[in-house]
Design a protein around this ligand. Structure first.
Ligand SMILES: Nc1ncnc2c1ncn2[C@@H]1O[C@H](COP(=O)(O)OP(=O)(O)OP(=O)(O)O)[C@@H](O)[C@H]1O
Ligand SMILES: Cc1ncc(C[n+]2csc(CCOP(=O)(O)O)c2C)c(N)n1
Ligand SMILES: [Mg+2]
Ligand SMILES: [Mg+2]
Ligand SMILES: [Mg+2]
Length: 322
């Protein structure tokens, strides 16, 4: 199969989004804007040897995880997913059936959110790289920013933290672990929190960020963007029941600095916290209050742990720490 045959093979037979005018097959895709809506776009890249290896993921997971990370950014912006474009760099060593499986992984998740694949690019290269652009829409004035935290807000997080790195650890280390499939799935097939994020549309103000690099890094991002201090409480950080089987030091490392959990971190007014809990229940999403926004130092995160309060540094997965 050549480049054009490949493009034909990944093309959807029918599109789901009514605003799409022209999808795959021309120099660009065309879709119409909608009254009262703003577009939101995000791009993230997924690289063999950096984000995955043949040891940690099957081709299906590669596609699923790469698109999930992008949809998670749409959730963090309060946007409803609509379209995606995929740029793929393909090494000689990857077979056509593996490439089809990558697209099957993306398609499974795309179908869930009625997203259409409307374009991309195909080139050969040395390692497998997927770069995905997603396009979503938010009601005008309702995109959610990292800069919207205010003193007095409740800080919350969805799901449990550290599971993805526990899964990666299981996949790359020998050993017997309880519930290993749960942790492996959390690493390979994270669930973007779209229903929860869209359920919060009614709130007048909420700061949101998604956890790709670890809650320490993302909490610092909100604190910096909003010019506030955020105080977290270690005892309130949610972990899954079998997370305690790992050494204490690894638990600490993974939940604060591990990343790839793709949970949402947010801050809301105290009086809106009940509504957040109601929407979480309605959308089957676990949510936990983990701290408070306070005044004082601007752009700092403090962590109460073992009866001490210390600074939680903006450390975590960083591609350019050299
Ligand atoms: N190479 C780049 N060129 C232009 N803008 C960039 C580049 N890299 C990042 N950005 C922009 O910087 C901001 C922060 O991006 P960042 O990638 O840190 O966020 P994220 O996608 O939520 O996190 P992650 O990549 O860890 O999932 C975004 O506005 C992003 O578009
Ligand atoms: C084989 C293998 N080795 C290491 C890791 C760990 N890892 C890679 S990227 C990243 C942060 C998120 O990246 P980004 O900021 O690009 O979203 C993390 C925690 C992995 N997933 N697979
Ligand atoms: Mg990014
Ligand atoms: Mg993000
Ligand atoms: Mg990152």
């Amino acid at each position: 199969m050549d480049e054009f045959g490949f493009i034909d093979s990944i093309k959807q037979e029918a599109y789901m989004q009514p605003s799409l005018i022209r999808g795959i097959g021309d120099d660009g895709a065309v879709f119409s804007s909608e009254a009262g809506k703003s577009f939101v776009t995000c791009i993230d890249t997924f690289v063999e040897g950096v984000h995955f290896s043949k040891e940690t993921m099957q081709p299906f997971h590669v596609g699923y995880r790469a698109l999930a990370a992008n949809i998670s950014d749409l959730a963090a912006m309060g946007a409803e997913p609509a379209f995606y474009l995929v740029s793929i760099v393909i090494p000689q060593s990857w077979e056509m059936k593996e490439l089809s499986a990558i697209y099957a992984g993306m398609k499974e998740l795309a179908k869930k959110y009625q997203m259409d694949l409307i374009g991309g690019d195909t080139v050969s290269g040395e390692s497998l790289i997927l770069s995905i652009t997603v396009i979503g829409r938010a009601d005008k004035g309702k995109a959610r920013y990292r800069s919207d935290a205010s003193v007095g807000d409740v800080v919350f997080v969805t799901g449990t933290l550290g599971d993805s790195q526990a899964g990666l650890h299981i996949l790359t280390n020998q050993g017997e672990y309880r519930n290993s499939n749960y942790f492996i799935d959390r690493h390979r097939m994270p669930e973007p929190r779209i229903p929860f994020a869209l359920g919060l549309k009614g709130l007048s103000r909420i700061a949101l960020n998604d956890i790709s690099d670890g809650v320490a890094s993302e909490t610092n991002e909100i604190a910096e963007a909003s010019n506030v201090t955020i105080a977290l409480n270690d005892e309130e950080i949610p972990i899954s029941s079998d997370f305690v089987q790992f050494p204490k030091q690894l638990q600490h490392q993974w939940k604060y600095f591990g990343g790839e959990d793709f949970e949402l971190l947010g801050t809301v007014r105290e009086q809106d916290w009940e509504e957040v809990k109601r929407i979480a229940e309605k959308t089957n999403t676990r949510v936990s209050k983990i701290g408070r926004v306070t005044g004082g130092y601007k752009g700092h995160v403090l962590l109460k742990i073992d009866n001490k309060e210390e600074r939680l540094e903006k450390k975590g997965y960083n591609h350019l720490s050299r």
